[in-house]
Design a protein around this ligand. Structure first.
Ligand code: NAD
Ligand code: ZN
Length: 251
């Protein structure tokens, strides 16, 4: 667990930093009711992501890929931002957060009001036709029967998220490298940061001399080797306390 002193330490680091960047992962949205994939009871216990979440499966066995996508959408589409998302939006509005690099596909940072969000893995909020490109809100895609088809041309449809076998959008990669390299404080929130390219961001920041602070109830592979310190608690709870302290410091 963490102490009040940990919260104050991070609040002070944020206020005195020149440039703060956040990297968020699945843990960021746990308090919004979206489970992590790898955690207990997570989707990946049921489905092999490299099979069900692979672009080739979506093309050739869409009915199989959509079994998992349907479950993901049912968890993600009704979810609302939690106190942690809102705390990050407040930090940005106060001019104390440059950007959020996120691996999440739930779009909740945008919904909470953050403007500068770099989505590494795209977003599940919209779905596009793989043949004609017609795009529609994912909430409008009928999920019975599976797989859904394009209402315009009956072609196969795909959520606008990055699948296994697909490249990370170049623009997202370039921007996040720049952000990681130029920050002096990186907050690593709710991620193991084991999957490339997100995994390299804390290392890039650290090598460039930044302080790297984790917010996660569990220690991760970064904790020993990369992080300056960890605040061991849930993101929503910790971030709202940190932002309350930041406001006091800023008077
Ligand atoms: P991951 O590597 O991002 O790790 C999840 C981490 O969250 C773990 O370290 C866990 O200790 C931590 N965590 C759990 N509860 C937390 C809380 N309340 N506050 C802070 N941290 C908490 O996750 P993964 O599940 O293996 O995901 C793999 C990929 O799938 C990632 O790209 C991830 O972003 C994506 N994914 C996205 C969503 C989403 O969009 N909400 C949900 C699941 C997975
Ligand atoms: Zn179409």
């Amino acid at each position: 667990m963490y102490t009040d002193a940990d919260i104050l330490r991070l609040a002070r680091d944020i206020v005195s930093a020149r440039k703060v960047v956040a990297l968020s992962g699945a843990g960021m949205s746990v308090e919004s009711g979206i489970p992590t994939f790898r955690g207990k009871g997570g989707l990946w216990e049921k489905y092999d992501p490299e099979e069900y979440g692979h672009i080739t499966t979506l093309r050739h066995h869409p009915e199989r890929a959509w079994i998992m996508l349907k479950e993901m959408q049912e968890a993600i589409l009704p979810a609302k931002p939690n106190a942690g998302h809102y705390a990050l939006a407040e930090l940005e509005a106060m001019g104390l957060l440059s950007s959020i690099i996120t691996q999440n596909v739930d779009g909740l940072h945008h919904v909470a009001g953050n403007k500068n969000v770099i989505e590494f893995h795209g977003n599940l909020q919209t779905t596009s036709c793989m043949d004609c490109g017609f795009q529609q809100p994912s909430a409008d895609v009928p999920l019975d029967p599976l797989p859904p088809r394009c209402p315009k041309c009956r072609g196969p449809v795909k959520p606008d998220a990055v699948f296994f076998g697909e490249a990370i959008p170049v623009d997202a990669l370039t921007r996040s490298h720049h952000e990681a390299q130029s920050c002096d404080l990186m907050l690593v929130i709710g991620t193991e940061a084991v999957v490339y390219p997100a995994a390299s961001m804390p290392e890039i920041a650290r090598s460039a001399g930044a302080t790297v602070v984790e917010i996660n109830p569990s220690r991760t592979p970064l904790t020993h080797f990369v992080s300056s310190y960890i605040i061991q608690g849930p993101a929503g709870e910790v971030l709202s306390k940190v932002v309350a302290e930041v406001k006091k410091l800023k008077g």
